[in-house]
Ligand binder design. Structure first.
Ligand code: WTA
Length: 650
């Protein structure tokens, strides 16, 4: 952490918005920005009440915020609405009815567009198909799908009938899917036969079949025919999407949902081994994603907008689906990998579809840099107006490359900090007014009372590194952890006595009020922006027959930001070998998914522990990163362990 702070401390370049961009921006003067910011912080109820009235309600809310049961917030109390009406119907009933909602391109190059009117039809049909299989208001539906239009339709169809969705990233294994289905109490699954990924077919249905051998409550599986790969079929449970929709009525009245009714669960990793189901409700989440999409991306009606995140993550929920559609935007959806069939695939898509707004992750940007500028310069990127970054700290070098090579020094870059838990963007430039600095997410968004505090919760001065906290509730905040209120309080609120939301990130604020996020201070690891906990990977490792003990830490990685480094101790009679390494990898892939495969496995006879038996991860982190241990090692039980571990590096 110290090193990274050092690095960004030396970053002094800054980029004010250009006069051209400012002239047409939604917020173009500091005075307007300051006025809105002040109102959002000093008088949040009037600020958010006004924003909330811009989306359609079926019954108006009576109160903007009820914080009396803190830390369980209630926003827009008494109001009723339906997310599919906010994202679809309101536009169908407007001049946007024939506007493109979704532009889709598959990895093999197949293309499809859906206007808002067409999207409404698909949503209603699938909503009726869900109902025909007995799925109803209050149920939970797991979605395990590729990036195809049907995934958006499935999410909105759930919302339409008042069922919550729980989207599970398609890169997770059957075991991970099973755990999430069970924890969320899902009774139906929506999937596809397979998907096109990196020139091959990635099968999905077989993972669902395997997961469901232990999920007796799931009585319906809807399958989109996408890759036409061979799959097995359980007639009483499985149903083809196209067959179910063909016989479904094309109209479906939306359920009037309470503002605080569950919209979705999304599982994410924390400090412990068990992923937690983050709870997001309807009204506040929609208001938060609606406003942030509009302001942060400076969205205009004629824009074509592309966020490259998978819907399996929060960025896909908030900035592929709900935020952009609530604004009536045209959203690009791409199924495949960025380098299939060639390394210029994204730029080709930007040229072809005249993309104006492009939002991606630092890991992707670093890959593009590595693949070479020639793949970029071949294409006409002049449609681009604004660039965004999310998911992990962006190193200044990548930021500058992004600005020069993709943005041609004309597009502002919004580096947006937020989390699955926050639901929407929390710290970010506003492109018409904020002077950006490579590596800084700059300033808190409207209504976000962010601060840097020390262990005691005392606010720190400029450039002092500490804990990032949020001191006031915000509309799109998580409402809890599914089935575990205690853990919600314990994880996010206990550290500072219930006064602040504790994000788990370390950060500093510079003398101009800009935030520099350093990264997690807990055991959360971010690999290519995907979130894992050390313990979750450790428990996968120790369930391998040859491993008796494991410790997992993050080490810095030039491409993926962080990489998973595992230290393992083998059982008696077992010894390291390439075969063993391969079987360990395969085991982690089976338990969690390919995304969690360790970059490095180090075999060691023992792990460094304190006298009370706690593994000293700090030491392992230093060893993994190949740096000298500078911290206190006086609690280390057996010094020879450390020496041996270092020897193994040779
Ligand atoms: C990290 C992703 C630095 C951070 C939306 C946070 C970032 C975690 C940034 C949440 C950023 C996200 N700069 N770090 N712009 N954006 N992070 O839940 O550590 O997948 O706590 O949500 O990602 O990850 P999650």
């Amino acid at each position: 952490m110290g090193d990274q702070i050092e690095n960004v401390l030396h970053e002094t370049r800054s980029f004010p918005p250009s006069a051209e961009f400012r002239a047409d921006a939604r917020i173009k003067t500091d005075a307007v920005y300051e006025r809105m910011l002040r109102e959002s912080l000093d008088n949040p109820e009037s600020f958010w009440g006004r924003v909330a009235r811009e989306i359609p309600w079926m019954k108006p809310f009576e109160r903007v915020l009820d914080w009396s049961k803190a830390p369980f917030a209630q926003w827009f109390v008494g109001g009723k609405l339906n997310a599919s009406v906010v994202c679809v119907d309101q536009h169908v009933n407007s001049v946007r009815s024939g506007k493109r909602a979704i532009i889709f391109e598959g990895e093999p190059g197949d293309r499809r567009t859906l206007t808002y009117t067409e999207l409404q039809l698909e949503v209603c049909r699938f909503a009726n198909a869900l109902k025909a299989r007995g799925i109803k208001r209050g149920d939970r539906v797991a979605i395990y799908m590729p990036m195809i239009p049907e995934v958006v339709v499935a999410m909105l169809a759930c919302a339409r009938i008042g069922a919550a969705h729980s989207v599970v990233f398609g890169g997770f294994s059957a075991v991970a899917l099973r755990d999430r289905i069970k924890d969320g109490g899902c009774t139906a699954v929506v999937t596809a036969d397979g998907s096109f990924r990196r020139g091959a077919v990635l099968a999905l249905k077989p993972q669902v079949d395997e997961a469901l051998t232990e999920c007796p409550d799931v009585h319906a599986v809807f399958v989109v025919q996408r890759a036409k790969n061979q799959i097995s079929w359980l007639a009483r449970r499985d149903v083809w999407w196209h067959e179910a929709c063909a016989v479904a009525p094309s109209e479906c009245a939306p359920e009037a949902m309470d503002s605080e009714d569950l919209l979705f669960l999304l599982y994410t990793s924390g400090s412990t081994g068990k992923p937690k189901g983050i709870v997001h409700t309807t009204g506040g989440y929609l208001v938060g994603t609606y406003l942030s999409t509009q302001m942060v991306f400076d969205l205009r009606d004629e824009d074509v907008y592309w966020c490259t995140a998978d819907v399996g993550w929060i960025t896909g929920h908030s900035y592929v689906v709900y935020g952009p559609l609530a604004n009536g935007a045209t959203v690009m959806l791409y199924e495949g990998a960025p380098n299939t069939p060639h390394a210029g695939r994204f730029w080709e898509l930007i040229e072809r579809h005249r993309i104006n707004i492009f939002y991606t992750a630092p890991t992707a940007i670093r890959s593009f840099m590595r693949w070479g500028d020639e793949h970029v310069t071949k294409y006409d990127l002049s449609s681009l107006r604004l660039l965004g970054s999310v998911g992990e700290p962006i190193n200044p070098e990548a930021w500058i490359w992004y600005r020069k090579m993709i943005g041609k020094e004309l597009c502002p870059i919004v580096d947006t900090w937020w989390q699955t838990e926050t639901g929407s963007i929390m710290i970010t430039p506003l492109p018409g007014v904020t002077t950006t600095k490579p590596g800084s997410a700059t300033r808190p968004f409207f209504g976000v009372d962010a601060a840097i505090v020390d262990e005691q919760g005392v606010e720190l001065g400029p450039n002092e590194g500490g804990f990032l906290v949020i001191r006031k509730p915000w509309p799109s905040m998580l409402r809890g952890i599914w089935g575990d209120s205690e853990r919600y309080i314990e994880t996010y609120w206990k550290k500072f006595g219930g006064r602040f939301y504790f994000a788990g990130d370390g950060a500093r604020r510079d003398e101009h009020g800009c935030f520099w996020i350093v990264g997690r201070i807990d055991d959360v690891i971010k690999v290519s922006g995907h979130r894992f906990s050390s313990m979750e990977v450790e428990s996968a490792l120790v369930s391998h027959e040859s491993i008796v003990e494991a410790a997992v830490v993050a080490r810095p990685d030039e491409l993926t930001g962080q990489a998973i480094c595992a230290f393992v101790t083998l059982g008696p009679g077992k010894s390291p070998s390439p075969e063993l390494r391969a079987s360990i990898d395969a085991h982690v892939v089976k338990e969690i998914g390919k995304v969690a495969r360790p970059a490095e496995v180090r075999f060691s006879e023992a792990l460094p522990k304190t006298r009370s038996g706690k593994i000293m991860r700090r030491l392992l982190r230093d060893i993994a990163a190949g740096v000298e241990t500078v911290g206190d090692t006086s609690t280390l039980d057996d010094y020879s362990v450390l020496a041996k571990l270092r020897q193994h590096e040779e």
